[in-house]
Design a protein around this ligand. Sequence first.
Ligand SMILES: Nc1ncnc2c1ncn2[C@@H]1O[C@H](COP(=O)(O)OP(=O)(O)OP(=O)(O)O)[C@@H](O)[C@H]1O
Ligand SMILES: O=P(O)(O)OC[C@H]1O[C@H](OP(=O)(O)OP(=O)(O)O)[C@H](O)[C@@H]1O
Length: 211
Amino acid sequence: MNKRLTIAMPKGRIYEEAAELMKRAGYDLGADLEESRKLILEFPEQNIRVMMAKPMDVVTYVEYGAADLGIAGKDVLLEQDRDVYEVLDLKISPCYVAVAGVPDQPLSRIAPKIATKYPKVASDYFREQGEQIEIIPLNGSIELAPLIGLADRIVDIVSTGRTLKENGLVEYEKITDITSRLIVNPVSYRLKSEEIEHMVTNLSDVMEGIK
Ligand SMILES: Nc1ncnc2c1ncn2[C@@H]1O[C@H](COP(=O)(O)OP(=O)(O)OP(=O)(O)O)[C@@H](O)[C@H]1O
Ligand SMILES: O=P(O)(O)OC[C@H]1O[C@H](OP(=O)(O)OP(=O)(O)O)[C@H](O)[C@@H]1O
């Protein structure tokens, strides 16, 4: 069991919790990795290499085998539907995806406009509801769209609910709960099975309070 594992870690809001979990599982990535501008870090004593990636890109690195494993939000996995194995729910960075909009506004019958960073999740949801919608793709500040009349609804992440509240918006429906997941490249899973299983066991032990 000596094959080195490359892990794609998400920069940003998931990082701290993910690094803490890794540390408790026996993989110490150091204190200030996120403050550093370095994107690839070697930890020879732990036989791992860490890549710092944008959360939305972690899945790409893992699918193409540039990383053996990665940590990604379930929202990203649902939206991208890539060829990776989801092996463990790490139960960190909890939030949910919801439909929201201005209060007391019934959904227009004819092709309502839905602003979102998650076009696939939104389309799948409204298709299941039997609604024909138009997607307005946005990259951030999604809550702006219904406020200025660009969209009838938004589909976005809710965590504390503060962004909706401070903008006078309300939640209409919850679509799905989200946590971060450990994902694995299918080829790595075969070629480095022992090392990967070891890491999965260590992380599971932490989550079950064994470690
Ligand atoms: N309040 C939240 N808003 C957005 N994502 C959240 C929230 N809480 C937890 N998450 C998780 O964090 C991930 C996004 O992390 P982050 O905001 O750092 O990335 P990003 O959206 O690429 O950031 P950026 O704002 O730099 O584009 C999501 O995929 C989701 O799983
Ligand atoms: O329920 P809350 O705790 O308020 O969190 C939800 C907000 O956080 C995210 O935005 P983010 O901070 O990533 O900024 P963005 O609008 O630039 O994507 C998300 O898109 C919501 O706007």
